[in-house]
Design a protein around this ligand. Structure first.
Ligand SMILES: Cc1ncc(COP(=O)(O)O)c(C=O)c1O
Length: 382
């Protein structure tokens, strides 16, 4: 394979070539109905997703960020907070090793983010760190199922039960993954999914979903996504314009039929990387703990901090795209200067310096996988 060949992290053009007919069939229905907002395609998608996730409600919203925000506001209502907004003294515990949105919504819902460290083996929030961070002001936890792998949910659910805390799961990167046979996003009080194009189930624009079994949460979610209206033209609360439009719902319906196969193909690529990279002792490969299925939204290796950027550069010279998710932990960002942090967060800081995402998508060819493995081997002079 030539040195200038581009191997992409994500390859939506190949995916579209494969799905073209299905996408055309579903989106055509939107043009026929001309019902673009809260229309038939959305209802069909929501019904399909309640079946797929095995949850009572699956409600489309405009983004994963909005799904998290609306789920938090719903919890604020449940706690009888005025207007469905928390007070600044209310604390919500999460990981600083995630995308900005996870913590941004805590502040937007009125509460204070509390950052605790991750488990260095999985990069997910550490249950023992959560325990240490709990105070009388703690109201809830947002576990983020990062990269496609679930958090240690048994322990987290137990902590939440003991301290009477809510759990809003951030499942943006883990659509289709499960823990002990149950789909992620259905273990806590609400599961918040993103349909951002790079996600395993991605729309052709922004989109998100709130999954819940709770009747009252469903009523509030429907109201909040539609300007806080419980009845048309009568806003009971301050809400949002946050509907998942029919066109995105149609694209998602077309893709949903293939999601399990796509996740299986992602898994096959991950197994090939694991076999090929096993001899590179300087590299830590993704771990899949017992009882979890991993859907590999991202395939991340951990390398010594002093060579990570050189490896990224070397791969780039070979025409291989690699990226860092995430280079700056949230507790180091100006936006979160008011957050509370607990402990040294050293595992998070170490991860941000050593992590590297390799190309992984359902359409990656064997020759491309071998080429990436060889390029990494060459870097380490193996
Ligand atoms: C972990 C995590 N949480 C939340 C979000 C926000 O989702 P969206 O971009 O759909 O608003 C994302 C995606 O970008 C994410 O990766």
């Amino acid at each position: 394979m030539a040195g200038n060949t581009k191997i992409h992290l994500l390859d939506l053009k190949r995916e579209y070539a494969f799905l073209k007919k299905d996408i055309a069939k579903e989106t055509k229905k939107c043009f026929a109905t001309q019902s673009w907002i809260l229309g038939e395609q959305l209802v069909t998608l929501e019904t399909a997703l309640t079946g797929y996730l095995n949850t009572k409600y699956a409600l489309g919203v405009a983004s994963g960020t909005d799904a998290l925000l609306i789920a938090l506001r719903t919890q604020a209502f449940r706690l009888k907070k005025k207007g469905g907004f928390f007070d600044a003294k209310d604390e919500i515990i999460t990981t600083p090793f995630t995308f900005v949105a996870t913590a941004e919504v805590i502040t937007r819902a009125g509460a204070t983010p509390v950052f605790v460290d991750i488990d260095p083996a999985t990069f997910n929030i550490s249950p023992s760190s959560i325990k240490r961070a709990i105070t009388q002001n703690t109201k809830g936890i947002i576990p983020v199922h990062l990269y496609g792998l679930g958090c240690a949910m048994d322990e987290i659910l137990k902590i939440a039960k003991t301290h009477n805390l809510f759990i809003v799961e951030d499942v943006a990167q883990s659509f289709g993954a499960s823990y002990k046979g149950t789909k992620l996003g259905t273990l806590g009080d609400a599961g918040c999914f993103s349909f951002f194009p790079s996600k395993n189930l991605g729309a052709y624009g922004d989109g998100g979903l709130v999954a819940t079994d709770d009747d009252m949460a469903a009523i509030l979610t429907k109201a909040l996504r539609n300007h806080g209206q419980l009845q048309k033209y009568d806003a009971a609360y301050i809400g949002y314009n946050s509907r998942l439009d029919s066109f995105q719902a149609a694209v998602l319906l077309a893709k949903l039929k293939h999601i399990d196969r796509f996740n299986e193909l992602r898994n096959n690529v991950a197994q090939k990387y694991a076999r090929g990279l096993a001899r590179v002792t300087q590299v830590q490969l993704p771990l899949v703990p017992k009882n979890h299925t991993h859907v590999y939204n991202l395939y991340n290796i951990m390398v010594p901090a002093d060579i990570r950027d050189a490896l990224l550069k070397h791969l780039g010279h070979q025409g291989i795209e690699s990226r860092v998710y995430y280079p700056i932990p949230l507790h180091k960002m100006g936006a979160f200067c008011n957050a509370r942090r607990v402990g040294t967060l050293e595992n998070t800081e170490k991860a941000s310096l050593g992590i590297l995402s390799l190309p992984l998508n359902p359409f990656l060819q064997d020759g491309e996988i071998k080429y990436v493995i060889k390029a990494i081997g060459d870097f380490f002079s193996l």
